[in-house]
Design a protein around this ligand. Structure first.
Ligand code: S3P
Length: 185
């Protein structure tokens, strides 16, 4: 099995909820980078962006990603912008099974709006939110392309998405095992 299971993707694709389910089902500890930042600063992400600025947030996120990727057999849920950073991206790709969760921009926005703290989400601030989501998705093409698989979350429950991820993880584990066996013959 790969060392860590890493969930990437834009806000509103269900990373945190799916990661909690995966952690419980696999019995692997959960690392949620956004949650780690909230604990480190003792305030919400929106407040970190407002008081300290995005650069301070991104530096903390980079450190937390590096620390998480040094561990193994964990479910790691990354903030939507974490794989934009090139150093983080390289670490995430190293020996981990990377899953991108996806949905339509409309669904992402609907889910973001119905989640707690929606009104203060930094990624919803400023320009028209749907246009902003589309622009960021286009800009982040390479950051999200590192995924080993993409799982569509549209119209699916958290448990259905978690099941799809576990099936893919098992197949990946078997594939690695198969490769090893073939090399020994
Ligand atoms: C961000 C996504 C957020 C959070 C921060 C920045 C982004 O995480 O890390 O607001 O740059 O897309 P979620 O993807 O968990 O919402």
């Amino acid at each position: 099995m790969p060392d860590n299971l890493v969930l990437i993707g834009f806000s509103g694709t269900g990373k945190s909820a799916v990661a909690r389910s995966l952690s419980a089902r696999l019995g692997w500890p959960l690392v949620d980078t956004d949650q780690a930042i909230v604990e480190r600063f003792g305030k919400s992400i929106a407040t970190v962006f407002r008081d300290d600025g995005e650069a301070v947030f991104r530096a903390a996120e980079r450190e937390i990603v590096a620390k998480a990727c040094a561990g193994r057999r964990q479910v790691i849920s990354l903030g939507g912008g974490a794989s934009v950073d090139l150093r983080s991206r390289a670490l995430i790709k190293q020996g981990n099974f990377v899953v991108r969760l996806d949905a339509s921009p409309e669904t992402m926005l609907r889910r973001m709006r119905s989640s707690p703290g929606a009104e203060e989400r930094p990624m919803l601030a400023g320009e028209e939110p749907l246009a902003r989501i589309r622009r960021l998705l286009a800009e982040r093409g390479e950051a999200y392309a590192i995924a080993d698989i993409v799982v569509d979350t549209e119209g699916r429950t958290v448990e259905q998405v978690a099941t799809a991820v576990i099936e893919a993880l098992e197949q990946r584990g078997n594939w690695r095992q198969g490769n090893r066996e073939r090399r020994c013959e």
